[in-house]
Write a new protein. Structure first.
Length: 206
């Protein structure tokens, strides 16, 4: 399990060169965690793969938790971009939320070790120490609400999406740990949508 080694603010990239190094560090983290369990990879290895000094890596990511929460945030943004290019076909309302969750599940399961690294890091992070964990939640909730066609969410909408996201992450973790199959995971997600989204301001197609 990744640990937060130190409580301090992470730097933000400001210049073009800093942003390029930031991208390389995130790419290196994704590559190494795709093939290796997170606990077995040291920060020095991420720095070496990204071709940056270890001090530079720690400047932007004080721990592996910081690093992989940001990797998860980038993954959420990739999911959003993919949905903008190809929205769920033929579904509306809460059915669209289910379709998005299934697509996100299948995408994450293609790289199970990386998915584990992201989910475990995000689950253990305190948002006051690792601010990107709050962004992960907010941006994913926004994806689901947008997919459902909700532009001004009610309290019921926000609560339903928050609870559904928490349940979805648990289902996904069970699938990653080989406790349930992918078809079982998708069936559980369907049941969760049916149970938790009944009070949303938009509904399934029937």
């Amino acid at each position: 399990m990744p640990r937060i080694a130190e409580v301090r603010d992470a730097a933000e990239p400001n210049s073009e060169g800093q942003r390029a190094r930031h991208v390389r560090m995130l790419a290196a983290a994704s590559e190494l965690a795709t093939d290796h369990e997170l606990a077995r990879v040291q920060m020095q290895e991420f720095a070496r793969r990204a071709d940056v000094a270890i001090a530079t890596l720690y400047r932007y990511f004080p721990s592996k938790t910081h690093l992989f929460v940001t990797v998860m945030l980038e993954e959420i943004r990739h999911i959003q971009e993919a949905l903008e290019r190809r929205p769920p076909d033929g579904v509306v309302g809460t059915d669209a939320i289910y379709a998005v969750l299934v697509r996100a599940t299948r995408s994450l399961l293609r790289r199970p070790l990386l998915a584990n690294a992201m989910i475990q890091s995000n689950a253990t992070a305190n948002s006051t120490v690792v601010p990107d964990t709050a962004k992960v939640e907010q941006e994913f909730w926004a994806i689901l609400l947008t997919a459902a066609g909700v532009s001004e969410p009610t309290d019921d909408d926000s609560t339903a999406v928050r609870l559904l996201t928490q349940l979805w992450l648990g289902v996904l973790q069970s699938c990653l740990n080989d406790r349930i199959t992918v078809p079982d995971a998708e069936a559980d997600i369907r049941s969760a949508c049916d149970l938790l989204l009944v009070r949303m301001s938009v509904h399934t197609t029937g």
